[in-house]
Design a protein around this ligand. Structure first.
Ligand code: GLV
Ligand code: MN
Ligand code: MN
Length: 426
């Protein structure tokens, strides 16, 4: 990519220097020194430090930083008002996650503001940088919780009663963080302020490696969801219980994991049991219960539904065979997302005008942008990830590609902050 800096104000090297500085402020927070992975879970001590970092980055630029009634953070350049340009992402992580998933979009947003200001830009509308809480759903199980609550796509009472693994509810976690959980829920005023939303994110795949481009624009997100499978059997002694007397929930669980792979493969889908809780989790005890969570995705909604149906019946059959009970409950669902085509074309044009031709690519990863897309014109930029790996410490981006990402975001925001912004009815 040849990035034309004629409007940028800061050189590639300047941006690189500021990027390295901003990144070093966030990089150690929540990092496990043993694995290099990140554990940044919503409303924990680490998250509160990350939120302080966000507020400090905003304050040092003279942006007004506020927290909405759902706990999402906003840093405003200009007055908070309807029809503003909004960019940003999240700073929470999956367990043992990578450093870029989320924070890259936030750091790039702050740097895009620096670059726009350095170029002397006078915006005709306000810009906000947003940090949506609990995007990964790693603590309370529901991904994109902050944006789902704001848009009203998740019921407030249901959200307040979501529990983490230690039994703490979201309401309790919010209260301990100084928030008022009574006010959680649909926030039309906050939503109305978003005239357009653009999220920059590390690519979670290798399409940009294959096309040899540092930056791309998103076309769509695969539909996806999460299901809780609970296998309940009978706890007993691992030595003295005859095999024929056992009701061991681990057996149908294992068979269901194998079935998920076979069924997904046959349907062109993906299905993953990535989380399991075994009760009581003793080496010399047959478990009483196995709780496990399935993540399933495909290019179209029917394929995901087919996978779930087939897997529920495979699980039920395996459970019955072993004398074990099975309940399956859907915990979340995100329909297919096709990003606003006119906004996407506009991004491509503003990048083209900046000397950058970028590819358009779909993704199977979920994002707050996917939630907002049902309410406001929304777009995404992706930055190349040479490893293609994400949700792992091996997630990676070259600093120079990150700078290209900042400059691409800058070009897009410059256009959105100065050109006409048609309101597209959703
Ligand atoms: C979030 O990154 C997801 O795709 O689950
Ligand atoms: Mn993620
Ligand atoms: Mn993410």
């Amino acid at each position: 990519m040849s990035t034309d800096l004629r409007n940028a104000g800061l050189s590639h090297e300047d941006v690189r220097r500021i990027f390295d500085h901003s990144w070093s402020g966030i990089e150690p927070l929540g990092r496990d020194p043993r694995t290099g992975g990140y554990n940044r879970f919503a409303w924990t001590g680490v998250d509160l430090s990350l939120r302080e970092w966000f507020a400090a980055e905003g304050a040092k630029r003279g942006l007004s930083v506020e927290v909405d009634r759902n706990g999402n953070q906003w840093a405003w350049w200009g007055e908070p008002q309807p029809g503003s340009v909004v960019t940003g992402s999240h700073i929470d992580s999956v367990p043992g996650g990578g450093t870029f998933d989320g924070p890259l979009g936030i750091v790039s947003a702050f740097l895009a503001v620096d670059t726009l200001r350095a170029s002397g830009l006078v915006p005709v509308r306000s810009l906000a940088i947003v940090n949506f809480f609990e995007e990964e759903g790693a603590r309370f199980g529901l991904a994109c919780l902050g944006s789902r609550l704001m848009t009203g796509l998740t019921d407030a009472d249901k959200a307040r009663s979501l529990k983490d693994d230690s039994g703490t509810t979201l309401a309790e976690a919010l209260t301990s963080a100084g928030m008022d959980a009574r006010f959680v829920g649909a926030d039309p005023a906050a939503l109305e302020r978003i005239g357009v939303f653009v999220e920059l994110h590390i690519e979670q795949g290798r399409q940009l490696v294959l096309s040899n481009d540092p930056v791309g624009v998103a076309s769509s997100i695969w539909p996806h969801g999460r299901w809780h499978f609970c296998f309940s059997g009978e706890g007993n002694h691992a030595g003295t219980t005859m095999l024929e007397d056992r009701r061991d929930p681990m057996l149908p669980f294992a068979e269901t994991v194998g079935a998920a792979r076979r069924i997904a493969q046959a349907s062109g889908a993906v299905a993953t049991f990535g989380r399991v809780r075994v009760d009581p989790n003793g080496t010399n005890a047959i478990p009483t219960q196995v709780d496990t969570w399935l993540d399933a995705r495909a290019a179209d909604e029917d394929s995901v539904t087919d996978v779930i149906r087939a897997l529920e019946s495979a699980g039920a059959e395996a459970a019955a065979h072993h004398g074990v009970g099975l309940t399956v409950r859907q915990e979340s669902w995100t329909p297919v997302v096709d990003f606003d085509a006119s906004l996407r074309d506009r991004l491509l044009l503003s990048l083209d005008a900046d000397g950058t031709i970028v590819p358009v690519l779909p993704t199977a990863a979920g994002h707050d942008a996917g939630i907002l897309a049902s309410k406001v014109p929304t777009a995404m930029l992706f930055v190349r990830n040479p490893s293609g790996v994400s949700h792992s410490p091996h997630e990676y981006a070259e600093a120079s590609d990150c700078v290209d990402g900042v400059l691409a975001l800058t070009a897009v925001l410059r256009d959105l902050l100065t050109g006409p912004l048609e309101v597209v009815e959703k």
